[in-house]
Write a protein that binds this ligand. Structure first.
Ligand code: HEC
Length: 127
């Protein structure tokens, strides 16, 4: 319990200190635990720096929403759409075309991927 309070306090301090958008708040609270603040990930979590290698390939747009960490995040479709627009722009240099909207995100996240690693590799090897 004390650890939980300490973690919550640390998170809140980080947010007040650095976050200046809802998207960044949502990222810190829901994603940075695994993906890290700078998106570099870990041995089991891919670095967001590698998003450009999928960018523009068939299926990447859908994959980025259907990946379990995004699809199952405790965020509304509207907030997840905004977060993903922010994330894609941050790591590929431009927002998705067209930008994600709540309706598309809601449809995609209703079918999260069973094997995201295989899916990623399949998309990556497309021309
Ligand atoms: C519990 C750890 C965890 C959390 C929390 C998490 N992710 Fe992930 N994420 C992963 C792992 C692991 C992968 C690799 C695919 C897989 O095995 O699911 C991944 C992959 C991804 C990818 C694919 C990147 C690529 O190019 O291959 C995206 C996009 C993504 N996550 C977005 C998010 C977003 C957005 C959030 C927060 C709303 C989030 N994740 C929260 C663990 C997490």
């Amino acid at each position: 319990m004390r650890l939980a309070v300490t973690i919550a306090t640390l998170l809140l301090t980080t947010i007040t200190a650095h976050a200046d958008s809802y998207e960044e708040h949502d990222y810190i609270l829901n994603c940075s635990g695994c993906h890290r603040m700078d998106g570099s990930g870990s041995s089991v979590v891919p670095s967001f720096q590698k998003m450009p290698e999928l960018d523009g390939k068939l299926g990447a747009r859908e994959y980025w929403i259907q990946v379990p960490g995004a699809a199952q995040a405790p965020l509304s479709d509207t907030r997840l759409a905004a977060l993903m627009n922010w994330l894609v722009e941050r790591f590929t240099g431009k927002p998705p075309q067209p930008e994600y909207r709540a309706q598309e995100v809601g449809r995609l996240r209703s079918t999260p991927l069973r094997d995201p690693v295989a899916k990623r590799s399949q998309i990556r090897h497309r021309p």
